[in-house]
Design a protein around this ligand. Structure first.
Ligand code: TXA
Ligand code: MG
Length: 331
């Protein structure tokens, strides 16, 4: 369905053009601080349906609605608990999405027929300019084909969606590189439904209450399926010890190694000198690792190798979102 001559937009003129396209009921990929989103007018069901067509996404997977600021919230959420205002105070604009009971006006196309709606105010200045000028809600899932890697640059968006969307607005590389944290604030103890840049520790320290982070919540987050965020090159995760022996025994260059520890970096370095091993050392800081993860996997895909082997990151709260995405990418 390559029916568009996808426009490449940038700067102030690009922002105005993006708003014009959105008002006309078409989709535009926009930069956010997490990943690029494929946006459409959230009150226009026809426009929202174009998102599902372009992505090849099942229609029952609900979308996040992006708002210019918290004052728009009552138009989209039937009731807003006090806790939500406290969370918004600390985290909006930013990488945090909250789940609410939906207002009647929100189209079923956005929520996949659920009676809840997911909402966030993003902080990327370009997306915020578009939202302020549009002066309404924009539904936007990540701007990738269904199940593939989320894009963190305009180039990544075009890899999957060129010809399938009206335009992409270039706002540089996404600063965080991982999708927003999703939390359910409708119950007494809020719970994290998707791990993201805002961690359980952050939330608990800021809000001064217990925040749950259950292991399996796929039933309440319908799009968050097990196999997701997948590169074209098959990906496997190995413990540091196992990966170390794989590197030492590796005698072909058909695999890419992604490591973060000093020990693995040393053996990869040696193996590169020995057989030209393909490898990259990622940051041992989770924020930097997360920022680079998807773009690194996009670059590895260009090499057309048979596998990518990843060193298991630490199993701590700060790494939770990364471990979650890696697990799905290897599924
Ligand atoms: O950082 C992000 O959140 C990015 C940027 C573009 O904002 N968006 C994003 O959207 O990651 P998407 O569609 O790829 O993931 C949204 C997730 C899905 O797993 C979906 O199931 C969940 O949010 N979601 C949306 N509305 C929901 C609802 N009403 N109830 C439960 N889960 C919902
Ligand atoms: Mg997505």
């Amino acid at each position: 369905m390559n029916q568009y001559q996808t426009e490449n937009l940038e700067g102030e003129i690009g922002i105005q053009r993006a708003v014009e396209i959105l008002r006309n009921g078409d989709c535009v990929a926009l930069p956010t601080e997490t990943v690029y989103g494929l946006a459409a007018d959230a009150m226009n069901a026809d426009a929202v349906n174009k998102i599902f067509e372009a992505k090849g996404r099942p229609k029952n997977h609900p979308l996040i609605v992006h708002l210019p600021d918290v004052s728009h919230l009552p138009k989209w959420a039937k009731s807003v608990p006090d806790l939500a205002y406290r969370v918004a105070d600390s985290y909006w604009p930013g990488a945090l999405t909250m789940l609410f009971e939906k207002a009647d006006a929100v189209p079923d196309a956005v929520t996949g027929g659920l009676n809840t709606v997911a909402i966030r105010v993003p902080s990327h200045p370009t997306f915020l300019s578009v939202l302020k000028s549009f002066d309404g809600g924009l539904a936007a899932p990540s701007a990738n084909r269904y199940k593939q890697l989320s894009p963190t640059s305009a180039e990544h968006v075009l890899k999957g969606l060129d010809g399938r969307i009206a335009a992409v607005l270039d706002g540089g590389s996404s600063a965080l590189g991982l999708e927003s944290t999703i939390i359910d604030v409708m119950r007494e103890k809020p719970r994290i439904l998707r791990a993201g840049p805002v961690t359980q520790t952050h939330l608990q320290n800021t809000l001064n209450i217990e925040v749950l982070a259950p292991e399996i919540v796929a039933d309440v987050v319908p799009g968050n399926v097990k196999a997701h965020y997948q590169p074209d090159t098959p990906l496997q995760i190995y413990s540091s010890e196992t990966l170390q022996s794989r590197v030492i025994n590796q005698n072909k260059c058909n695999v890419f190694f992604v490591v973060w520890s000093d020990a693995l970096a040393d053996v990869c370095h040696e193996a590169h000198a020995r057989i030209g091993l393909n490898w990259i050392r990622m940051s041992a800081d989770p924020a930097r690792y997360g920022q680079a993860l998807y773009s690194t996997l996009y670059d590895i895909d260009k090499l057309g190798l048979s596998n990518v082997f990843i060193e298991q990151p630490p199993n701590t709260d700060a790494w939770r979102a990364i471990n979650d995405r890696l697990k799905r990418a290897s599924s």
